[in-house]
Design a protein around this ligand. Structure first.
Ligand SMILES: Cc1ncc(COP(=O)(O)O)c(C=O)c1O
Length: 360
């Protein structure tokens, strides 16, 4: 059986070594005579998995002790609601950067609870850049400042961590978390859906500074309250044990690769290679301003959009899957998360060059 190079934006590729380990573990996990999907989340064996996963993540990101690591469900999308419900009083002003489709959704949700002030907006150029921080229209006394560090659809990544001053900084890092080292101490809350660099969908990572926990209003449903997850080690109800276990294997795998410095070096090389191939061609183009180009999601447009469907058909036949771009951008998008091997980038570039030579 041959594995495809999967360029999906999420659910995304999982490292081969992790898949091998899952295959080995399934029938008799940890000597229990059961698969991990069949054990109690309260069993000694699973509690050990959960705490090891948290410790490995803490090691990878050097998460300071005054931060809690929570694993709720509901994806990053539920954090669009949980963030305002936990960090702001009803009707309070909150600052949001509007830099793409995901921050737009976060703003729509927060607007149900708070008064959202859009402090930066790049919709004038179809979300292809990050507005200069000096021009942001910040509010006095905002409960927090929210931004999406990597807009998965347009392939735009913040080239800096915003300076929020005394305001709590919150970031949706769904499609960039674990792609490189990160200074967690600059943030109040970091959240990410699992299905890109963490593991299968079904679990959400929330890293939250401890002093921000316990501020949700009385009417906040328990499962939307950070303090409920914090007090119960994210097990106040049945968690998705399989997803959590796989996330733990991914964290262990990343540590084995040498941690996030090593991961970042590879990611940078992979992205530079692909952008260089796009920029060096007169047939492909990437619309994103150069300093904001994502390491993880690389959209590229074909010189002749009539060839899009042929490109997709032939790339699929060549074992390169899920390259179709989002309809709001058009063309193609290669999502090249941690689990995409460098050989996958080389294969994509060779395919693109051959396609250009024969079709353009
Ligand atoms: C940046 C970003 N935020 C939020 C989401 C939504 O995540 P979920 O499907 O886990 O709710 C996605 C999904 O792709 C995303 O890329």
């Amino acid at each position: 059986m041959s594995r495809a190079y999967n360029f999906s934006a999420g659910p995304a590729a999982i490292p081969d070594a992790v898949l091998d380990r899952i295959r080995e573990d399934i029938p008799d996990w940890n000597g229990t005579g059961m698969s991990v999907m069949e054990v109690s989340h309260r069993s000694k064996e699973f509690v050990e998995v959960a705490s090891k996963a948290e410790q490995d993540l803490r090691d990878l990101l050097s998460i300071p002790d005054d931060y809690s690591v929570l694993f709720p469900q509901g994806g990053a999308s539920l954090q669009f609601s949980m963030v305002p419900l936990n960090l702001a009083a009803e009707g309070q002003v909150v600052d949001y950067c509007l830099t793409g489709s995901w921050s737009k959704k976060a703003i729509a949700e927060a607007s149900k609870f708070c008064k959202v002030n859009v402090i930066a907006d790049s919709s004038d150029q179809n979300f292809t850049y990050v507005p200069d921080e000096n021009g942001w229209n910040r509010s006095e006394g905002a409960a927090y400042l929210h931004y999406c560090a990597n807009e998965t659809i347009a392939g735009v990544e913040f080239p800096f961590i915003p300076d929020a001053g005394d305001t709590v900084l919150v970031s949706d890092m769904s499609s960039t978390i674990l792609s490189r080292p990160l200074d967690v101490s600059k943030f109040g809350v970091i959240y990410a859906g699992a299905q890109k660099n963490i593991g299968p969908a079904g679990i959400t990572l929330v890293i939250v500074r401890k002093d921000l926990i316990g501020k949700a209003g009385m009417s906040t449903p328990s499962l939307l309250d950070y303090s409920v997850y914090d007090k119960s080690d994210s097990m106040s109800n049945t968690p998705p044990v399989f997803t959590w276990y796989v996330a733990g294997l991914v964290f262990e795998h990343l540590k084995g690769l040498g941690g996030l410095d090593a991961v970042a070096e590879t990611n940078s090389r992979k992205a530079q290679k692909l952008y260089a191939a796009i920029d060096g061609s007169s047939f492909y183009s990437n619309p994103v301003r150069e300093d904001c180009r994502s390491w993880m999601n690389v959209p590229f447009i074909l010189g002749n959009p009539d060839l899009d469907s042929v490109f997709l058909e032939e790339s699929l036949a060549a074992g390169l899957t899920n390259l179709k771009g989002h309809r709001s951008v058009g063309g193609m998008r290669a999502s090249i998360y941690n689990a995409m091997p460098e050989a996958g980038i080389d294969a994509l570039i060779s395919f693109m060059q051959e396609f250009e030579r024969t079709r353009a």
